[in-house]
Design a protein. Structure first.
Length: 237
């Protein structure tokens, strides 16, 4: 037992020496003054290596409320976020009180009824509707999402007037709404389509016929998920 203690007693002195050396080097480091330029180069290299693998550091600032004024993106905006913006806009602006927002597979639909935009059987946009379209154009011009304008009519055939068919009327209405959006500030490409009564059967059967006819006479502004630069032509699973 005594021989085992004698064989390891040197470790005590060795540990003391190592502790003293460590203390000595710590004191030297604490009293040293590294050159500022060399230290800056060292920290820059460390940050550069970190960013290479983990990306730039983002500072967390104060969280903003939903506000279209703060949007300046180079990609398409999330449609749920856009809907929140538009709902707030509709609530505050009386000219948009007749606007309906609908989420569908093809995108977020801003539905504008005939009563808001046109006289019966006409495609010329009412003067009072220009302010509402100006507000919408101001909002849409701040996002990159692809936009389509689609005209709809009820299924009753046209028997007189300027337009030969419901399709001609729906296309003229879509074109005129798109023209107003461009005239009041929207400067991105707009796809226009006329569907006449092609979506009439999509309306719910639970509502009365008069309401179905009213809902079918409208112009939809469809906000797509993409920005138009990468349109998916085929969806193959």
């Amino acid at each position: 037992m005594e021989d085992q203690q004698e064989s390891t007693i040197w470790l005590i002195s060795f540990t003391d020496v190592m502790a003293l050396m460590l203390t000595f080097f710590v004191l030297l480091f604490a009293m040293s003054h590294p050159r500022e330029d060399e230290w800056d180069q060292f920290t820059d290299k460390v940050q550069e290596s970190f960013n290479k693998f983990y990306g730039q550091t983002l500072n967390r600032g104060q969280q903003d409320a939903v506000n279209i004024e703060k949007i300046n993106l180079s990609r398409a905006l999330d449609l749920n976020y856009l809907r929140a913006i538009l709902e707030d806009l509709i609530e505050k602006d009386s000219t948009l009180k007749m606007v309906k927002l609908i989420n569908q597979k093809e995108g977020l639909i801003i539905s504008l009824p005939q009563e808001m935009l046109f006289e019966t059987g006409q495609a010329d946009v009412k003067g009072e509707a220009n302010r509402a379209l100006f507000t919408l154009a101001n909002t849409l011009s701040r996002i990159k999402n692809r936009v389509e304008v689609v005209g709809h009519t009820d299924p009753r055939p046209i028997t007189s007037g300027r337009y030969d068919s419901n399709w001609h009327l729906s296309l003229a209405r879509a074109a005129n709404v798109a023209a107003v959006l461009e005239n009041v500030g929207y400067d991105k490409p707009i796809i226009i389509r006329g569907q006449a009564a092609g979506r009439y059967l999509d309306l719910p059967n639970t509502i009365g016929e008069v309401e179905r006819l009213d809902l079918s006479r409208r112009v939809d502004i469809i906000i797509m998920e993409d920005d138009g630069n990468r349109i998916k032509l085929f969806d193959i699973n």
